[in-house]
Design a binder for this molecule. Structure first.
Ligand code: PA5
Length: 426
């Protein structure tokens, strides 16, 4: 379902060098699949697509249906891995303007400490029936905890303690943490994030799936795509698109390309980019190593970042994700006055213009010293989404072990938390 096209890399890496990566990639994949590497107590994601039962999906879907019946809004409260997967999936499937027409509007809170942004959500909940989904693996993340307390109180005031309980859904560790203890005490509906699944690898748990289901996304199709990826990408050869991606990016890094820009031509892809950024950034950026993951939205960012990409320091490469065009084509009309001089495009479609822009950008960037990896993904649908997210998770695990770092810890994230807690007098 995904093809990794490396035909635009040959000026930057050589075929023998890429073939020489085969042994390292094979070892990394083996380390991952056999669970013999650093962080091996966080490999629950690896078989999550095939290991998730129909019963588990049913329970998620039932909760989603209940929310869809009694609420006009759902506030999803979480940060990092407990937030980005759900948002990425909802925008990918339903668009960045999903709330304009959705029967249940989805708001995201707990991913910042902005009073202004919280107030904006609170205002939108006035006179609206709503539920909340608190998502936190540890159950003690400050941003999430502060927002969760606030929205729990809003629910309490609106529905009374018993009514509020019916509208609070918790996704957290199955055993540990303050949020699990609170859930037991209060009797909230809850879903587990398995102990061996880390935040940024949790999109195929209720973390991602419950908000997706509330947004009307067919979670079974998402999981079917992920299962297909789990099976097909187990291939142990350079024909595996995940090996090609992981191998090419490591080789480019070793050849001085320290920044990877993940680019797409679809605004609805933006949050998949942010999810990807966390996945690779937190997994690889340690021990003084790691490709800096950046995202760009083309053609938008060509008008802001284009100059830097074309002629700035030659330290970056691009990974461009391509999808089939929307089946509802838009044509360019003929205009008899032709004041905008566009009649040479009359009868052509917007996607024809986009395809030509894409081709032109690849050529320009490659000529300018920015190697381009192409990920060709097919239709922008639920199955592709599941496949693509698993593809990135697997590629990331293989890539991080190839780089020689533990993909599953994030010791550096603690530094700011420690200072914040000290400042707050904890
Ligand atoms: O990948 C990770 O582990 C992090 O990004 C976490 O998801 C994030 O810090 C939120 O943590 P928690 O789910 O414990 O609130």
């Amino acid at each position: 379902m995904i093809e990794t096209d490396i035909s635009n890399l040959w000026g930057a890496i050589s075929f023998p060098d890429l073939m020489a990566m085969e042994e390292r990639l094979s070892a990394a994949h083996k380390t991952l699949s056999e669970g013999t590497g650093a962080g091996n107590d966080f490999l629950g994601w690896y078989h999550l697509p095939s290991g998730t039962t129909e019963k588990e999906l049913d329970e998620i879907q039932k909760a989603a249906n209940r929310i869809r019946r009694n609420s006009k809004a759902l506030v999803v409260i979480g940060i990092g891995g407990s937030y980005l997967g759900a948002r990425a999936a909802i925008e990918f499937m339903n668009g960045t303007m999903h709330n304009d027409t959705a029967p249940v509007k989805i708001y995201f809170a707990g991913n910042h400490l902005s009073t202004r942004a919280l107030n904006e959500i609170v205002t939108r909940l006035e006179n609206v029936d709503f539920s909340i989904n608190i998502v936190s693996k540890s159950g003690s993340t400050m941003e999430t905890a502060v927002a969760a307390r606030m929205f729990r109180w809003l629910l309490n005031r609106k529905y009374g303690p018993d009514g509020a309980k019916e509208r609070i859904y918790v996704t957290t560790d199955p055993e540990k943490g303050k949020l699990r203890a609170m859930t037991r005490e209060e009797g909230y509906t809850s879903f587990p994030i398995p102990a061996n699944v880390g935040g940024r690898y949790s999109v195929f748990t209720a973390c991602g799936l419950l908000p997706m289901a509330v947004a009307g996304i067919d979670i079974r199709s998402v999981m079917a795509g992920a299962r297909q990826a789990e099976k097909e990408l187990d291939l142990r050869s350079m024909e595996n698109p995940a090996w090609l991606y992981a191998g090419a990016r490591n080789l480019l890094y070793e050849n001085g390309k320290k920044i990877e820009m993940l680019c797409s031509y679809e605004p609805n892809f933006e949050y998949v980019g942010r999810w990807w950024q966390q996945l690779f950034g937190e997994s690889e950026g340690k021990d003084g190593k790691g490709i800096f993951p950046a995202c760009a939205q083309f053609t938008t960012d060509l008008h802001s970042m284009g100059q830097m990409i074309q002629q700035g320091e030659r330290n970056m490469f691009e990974t461009v994700v391509r999808f089939a065009p929307d089946s509802r084509e838009l044509s360019i009309e003929k205009d008899w006055k032709n004041m905008d001089d566009l009649n040479y495009l009359a009868g052509k479609t917007v996607s024809y213009v986009e395809e030509n822009a894409f081709q032109g950008v690849v050529t320009a960037h490659v000529d300018g010293g920015v190697p381009v990896i192409l990920l060709k993904c097919g239709a922008m649908d639920a199955r592709t989404l599941g496949y693509l997210l698993y593809f990135f998770q697997l590629s990331c695990g293989i890539s991080a072990y190839t780089l020689g770092v533990n993909p599953f810890n994030q010791p550096g994230v603690e530094a700011y938390k420690k200072n914040m807690m000290t400042n707050l007098g904890r």
